[in-house]
Design a protein around this ligand. Structure first.
Ligand SMILES: NC(=O)c1ccc[n+]([C@@H]2O[C@H](COP(=O)([O-])OP(=O)(O)OC[C@H]3O[C@@H](n4cnc5c(N)ncnc54)[C@H](OP(=O)(O)O)[C@@H]3O)[C@@H](O)[C@H]2O)c1
Length: 285
């Protein structure tokens, strides 16, 4: 199965233009925060930021054990990047306030927020869904988005970047069983759209990471949907590119990690300041 794409080259793995060791993608001197940094795509993103020379990476999650495992692996491979772990549930606003303040007192202002933690409710039709499980998507994907942004703003550096790990499902046509996920991720992505307007000094971008073999994806596969997989290095390296000056023209957009960045750069005039790659209503003038 092939996904439609606005560029000719649709990647399923990392490639030279998004290599985090490129000097123009360096994050030397930057403080990074990643939610969901203990398992799934998050540790991969942390790995790529460490590779690009970040000064510090603070990872949030609810499970101390997995956070510490990520920290151990990264500290071994990247001794020049300081790794900090925070047990924090993104659905709890007061916990996030305290946690972001703790990050600021430890490393200083935060330059990059990767809002990556997310949840996929069980894949059933509406009537067959458990109401609490369906709503858990909103707690984590929507309330979590609001909490992350509002607690991040007071500790953010002047020209900070916010990357929202969104999903293609937020804009794709109907997919059976995906109601709770599609609707909550769409709403969550709109929270980031609002942040892009409210804080024009920040760079805000939503990114579909690709299809990555994680616990979340295992749930999709178990429900009988098996899309072709991408490597974890693809979205991880793409996020490093996304916070570089090269990606500035994508401010406020929603793009896929699979799309070739050189082709995107060639489309800059078509993309910047237009409604291309934004969410809206078909047919509305
Ligand atoms: N995998 C894919 O193919 C795919 C495709 C499209 C979009 N995405 C998006 O990519 C992001 C990462 O997905 P994934 O595949 O890595 O999912 P995952 O394997 O389920 O991992 C989710 C991560 O988020 C953390 N998390 C969940 N709820 C949290 C909460 N309330 N507070 C703090 N941390 C929380 C989890 O850690 P704890 O449980 O320890 O808290 C875990 O580290 C999500 O936003 C997802 O929607 C994934």
């Amino acid at each position: 199965m092939e996904f439609p794409s606005p560029v000719k080259t649709f990647h399923d793995d990392t490639y030279p233009s998004i290599n985090p060791t490129l000097s123009q993608l360096s994050t030397k001197g930057k403080n990074i925060v990643i939610s969901g940094g203990g398992s799934g795509i998050g540790p991969g993103i942390a790995h790529s930021f460490a590779k690009s020379g970040a000064s510090s990476i603070s990872i949030f999650g609810r499970t101390q054990k997995s956070l510490l495992q990520t920290k151990e692996a990264l500290s071994k491979d990247y001794p020049n990047t300081k790794i900090y772990t925070y047990v924090a549930d993104i659905t709890e606003k007061s916990t996030l306030d305290t946690t972001f303040q703790a990050v600021k007192s430890t490393v200083g202002s935060v330059d990059v927020l990767i809002a990556n933690a997310g949840y996929i409710p069980d894949l059933h039709s509406i009537a067959a869904s458990n109401a609490d499980n369906w709503w858990a998507g909103f707690e984590i994907n929507v309330r979590g988005a609001f909490n992350l942004i509002s607690s991040f703003v007071p500790v953010a550096s002047k020209n900070a970047s916010i990357i929202n790990i969104s999903t293609a499902v937020a804009h794709m046509p109907y997919a059976p069983g995906f109601c709770g996920y599609a609707v909550s991720k769409l709403a969550g992505t709109r929270v980031f759209d609002y942040a892009a307007h409210e804080y024009p000094e920040f760079f805000v971008l939503s990114v579909h990471p690709g299809v990555i073999e994680t616990a979340m994806n295992a749930k999709v596969v178990a429900a009988g949907m098996n899309y072709p997989h991408d490597t974890i290095e693809l979205p991880a390296d793409f996020e490093v590119w996304a916070v570089s000056l090269e990606a500035n023209f994508l401010r406020g957009k929603l793009v896929w990690s699979n799309w070739d960045v050189d082709e995107l750069k060639a489309m800059e005039k078509e993309i910047e300041g237009t409604d291309k790659f934004t969410l809206g209503l078909f047919g509305w003038p």
